[in-house]
Each structure stands twice: as structure tokens, then as C-alpha cells.
Ligand binder design. Structure first.
Ligand code: S3P
Length: 439
């Protein structure tokens, strides 16, 4: 990425009203998984509502480099022509995962049982992120994997016969769980994984849709190795994590009601709704009927007076990607909001606790950075200023939304990575009522 690219900025004029209805792009987590499972399934998989953001395109290109034929049919439809897990072939070049932690970690699990070697690399942010959380349990299964002091590049040596494991995850991480489930498919015997707390279960739901038998209890999931996947059709809902920016925008500045359509409301993703409800938000969820693998709903938001709360720890994994925008809401709430038990935020695309604390301070919001969380004294609105997003898409979008309640313009640096998860954010934000421009 060129420096000019990473220096792209948003400038958002203060104030504005949010009105109408919109549909945000498809779910990132589900799009990654649909491509990968389609790639190791037998037969075609049609994906509708695919998120053509940079992260999922990294997955798509890596699968192509591994020999999978993928057709982009225009709009948001993608067809993956799977030949079964045995049809993958090694790539002589490194596989570039860009900014996508999900791609890198899930590919580690997918590639560990293969007969060929692979090397996984990524951008500057991804090259700093921890990979031993996946590599270590994969080694217990018999995989040969090397990291550089725990970080990428990740070298996966082929021709290892993997064995199933009974493993307790030390961190609540859907990426680790998913990587191990993918490896378990290519291992001999049963695998059982137990999480310290529930995390997003898109992999489990989708594996079942591809014909894999799994046994699930609240905190554990088990499957027998060697099962084959059958291609299927996958309908990807709008990404709750992208909708979250507009949910908070609506709480700050909706004129009447503001609606987000067809949003994925898998309960392992919607912790933010529970947190905002406890803060006094007026949010109405109209669930769609039907028995799709992933539940969807329209979400209607009205301008609301929020109050600060202690965020219950058990809600942290269920709202893990929504803390940047939740901190913006907390800054506008009366009283203090405290988040603890969120140390995982330090190893996301940026150190989201430190970077949000820094940005809130620039805008005049009192906050205290804690080892595992943040305490925010809300209620005094935002000043204006120059925010460094540290190249983190969710930080950039969160501060753009903050401008709705600011007294002066907010300028945000290094916003190019917004396109990793939310292509078209600028246009949608403008259509909704934000006075935002790119510079
Ligand atoms: C994801 C899991 C979460 C989340 C990430 C996407 C996934 O990461 O933060 O954006 O698709 O499985 P962790 O598993 O590291 O918590």
C-alpha cells in the first residue's frame, strides 16, 4: 500500500440529521467462511450477498492461488466451484492475507492438513498480530507450523497427518475455534473444542449447511474428522458490525425513526444491542420469519438519551468488534461507562483500547485507559480535531459518526482500510445524513 493511500482522510462537518433506511453490505465473517467452505466442498456453492471488501477478496484470491475456480457473477453473487479438500494444490508464492486476521487464522487451519507447504503473509498491521493462539493447538494435532516470534509470516509444512484433539481454548476467539474446526475436518478421529465463553458460531452453522455433522453444547463443539462437505447456497445477511455504526448514528441524530434492513442478528454477534438497551437506547428489532442458517431482522432506531453503565463481562465476546463505536456512544451518555475484560481489543487491527482513548482525548472526552478496558466520563459532547485511526477501519468509521455530536469538524487520518470491511461507507454515510468527504 502506498503512503498516499494510507494517508487518505475523512473530513466530517459537525452535526447533521440521520433519516430514512439503508442496507449495509454483506457480513465479513460469513463471506470469508462461505468462500473457504465452498473451496473445500464438492460441487458448486452459490454465495449471495457476498461482501466484496478487501479482506474477503484476500480470501478469494488466496483460494484461487490454491487452484479453486471462483466466478464473480456481478452484483454480490459469487460461485465457488469446489473439488473437495483434496483438490487444493500448493501455491509457489506466499498467500497475502492483506489486513485480514480472519483470513490468516482460518487458512492456517484449512492448510495444516494439506500435503503441500504454504506461507501466509499480510500487511503491516497483520504482520504484528498474534498467531501462536492458532499455531500451538494445531501443533498438538500434529501440524508443523512456524511463526516468527509468534507473528506472521506463518510457514505451514505439508504432509503432516493430523489427529483430532480435545482442547480447551484459553481465549474466547471465534477465529481460533474456526481454524481448529477446519483442521479437524482433515484430521483422523474426533475433535472437541471447549470455549471459555460463547463466541460467534458462523462456522458451526455453515458447516452444518454444508452437510457436516457436529455435536454442539453451550461451550463445546465436536466433530469427526474425514467428513466431506457438499456445495450449497449461502445467503449472506448485512453485516451487524457495519450496521452498528449507523445504529449509534441513529441514536445520536435520528429524525423520527431510522432503519437498517436485513441485518444479521445471530445472537453471538448482537451483544451491542443488549449493551445499548441497558444504556436506555430506543432500538426495535423486527425479526424476519424463516429458517435460514443465519437469522436476520430490520433494526429501527430512534434518537435516545443514553446513560453510562458497567458493561457486563459476558457481553464482551458478543460485541467484540463494536467497542470503538460503543465508546463513541458512551462518550455521549450521562455518567460513566466502564468496560473491563476486553484485553483482546489490544490485538485487533490496532490496539483499539489505546487508539480509542487517544482519539477521545483529542475530542475532549475524559477517559481512563485500563489494562483490560476503558472508563469513559460521558455527557459533554465532542470538540473537533485531527484523529489518527492508525489504519484501523472501525476506528475511522466510529470517529466519523462522532461528528454528528461534535462542535467542530473532525478529520480522520489513514482511512483507506475502511474498504477492508465496508466498501461504500462514505456514500452510504452521506446518504444517511453525515456531512462527510474524502480528502
Ligand atoms: C472474527 C472473530 C473475531 C472478530 C473478527 C472476526 C471471525 O476475532 O474480532 O473481526 O470472523 O471469526 P477473534 O476470534 O480474534 O476474537
Amino acid at each position: 500500500m502506498t503512503s498516499a493511500h494510507t494517508e487518505a482522510r475523512f473530513r466530517v462537518a459537525p452535526g447533521g440529521r440521520i433519516a430514512g433506511a439503508l442496507t449495509v453490505p454483506g457480513d465479513k465473517s460469513i463471506s470469508h467462511r462461505a468462500l473457504m467452505l465452498g473451496g473445500i466442498a464438492e460441487g458448486d456453492t452459490e454465495i449471495r450477498g457476498f461482501l466484496a471488501g478487501a479482506d474477503c477478496l484476500s480470501t478469494l484470491h488466496a483460494l484461487e492461488a490454491l487452484g479453486v475456480r471462483i466466478e464473480r457473477r456481478g452484483g454480490d453473487v459469487v460461485v465457488v466451484h469446489g473439488g473437495g479438500s483434496g483438490a487444493l494444490r500448493g501455491s509457489s508464492a506466499s498467500l497475502d492475507m492483506g489486513n485480514a486476521g480472519t483470513a490468516m487464522r482460518l487458512f492456517m487451519g484449512l492448510l495444516a492438513p494439506q500435503s503441500f507447504d504454504s506461507v501466509l503473509v499480510g500487511d503491516e498491521s497483520l504482520m504484528r498480530r498474534p498467531m501462536e493462539r492458532v499455531a500451538a493447538p494445531l501443533r498438538l494435532m500434529g501440524a508443523r507450523i512456524e511463526t516468527r516470534e509468534g507473528r506472521p509470516p506463518v510457514h505451514i509444512r505439508g504432509a503432516s497427518a493430523l489427529r483430532g484433539i480435545d482442547y480447551r481454548l484459553p481465549v474466547a476467539s471465534a477465529q481460533v475455534k474456526s481454524a481448529l474446526l477446519l483442521a479437524a475436518l482433515g484430521a483422523s478421529g474426533p475433535t472437541r473444542l471447549t470455549e471459555p465463553a460463547p463466541t460467534r458460531d458462523h462456522t458451526e452453522r455453515m458447516l452444518a449447511a454444508f452437510g457436516v455433522e457436529l455435536r454442539r453444547e453451550r461451550l463445546s463443539v465436536a466433530l469427526e474428522g474425514g467428513q466431506r462437505l457438499r456445495g450449497t447456497s449461502v445467503q449472506v445477511p448485512a453485516d451487524f458490525s457495519s450496521a452498528a455504526f449507523f445504529i449509534v448514528a441513529g441514536l445520536i441524530a435520528a429524525e423520527g425513526s431510522f432503519t437498517l434492513r436485513n441485518v444479521g442478528v445471530n445472537p453471538t454477534r448482537t451483544g451491542l444491542l443488549e449493551i445499548l438497551n441497558r444504556m436506555g437506547a430506543d432500538i426495535r428489532v423486527q425479526a424476519h420469519a424463516g429458517a435460514a442458517a443465519e437469522p436476520t431482522a430490520d433494526i429501527e432506531v430512534r434518537k435516545s438519551r443514553l446513560r453510562g453503565i458497567h458493561v457486563p463481562r459476558e457481553l464482551v465476546p458478543l460485541s467484540i468488534d463494536e467497542f470503538p463505536i460503543l465508546f463513541v456512544a458512551a462518550a455521549l451518555a450521562e455518567g460513566e461507562t466502564t468496560v473491563r475484560g476486553a484485553e483482546e481489543l489490544r490485538v485487533k487491527e490496532s490496539d483499539r483500547l489505546a487508539v480509542m482513548a487517544e482519539g477521545l482525548t483529542v475530542l475532549g472526552v475524559h477517559n481512563e485507559l485500563l489494562d483490560d478496558g476503558l472508563r469513559i466520563r460521558g455527557g459533554s459532547g465532542f470538540g473537533g480535531g485531527l484523529i489518527d485511526s492508525h489504519g484501523d477501519h472501525r476506528i475511522a468509521m466510529s470517529f466519523a459518526v462522532a461528528a454528528l455530536a461534535a462542535r467542530a469538524p473532525i478529520e480522520i487520518r489513514k482511512v483507506a482500510n475502511v474498504a477492508t470491511s465496508f466498501p461504500g461507507f462514505l456514500e452510504l454515510a452521506r446518504a444517511a445524513g453525515l456531512a462527510i468527504e474524502a480528502m
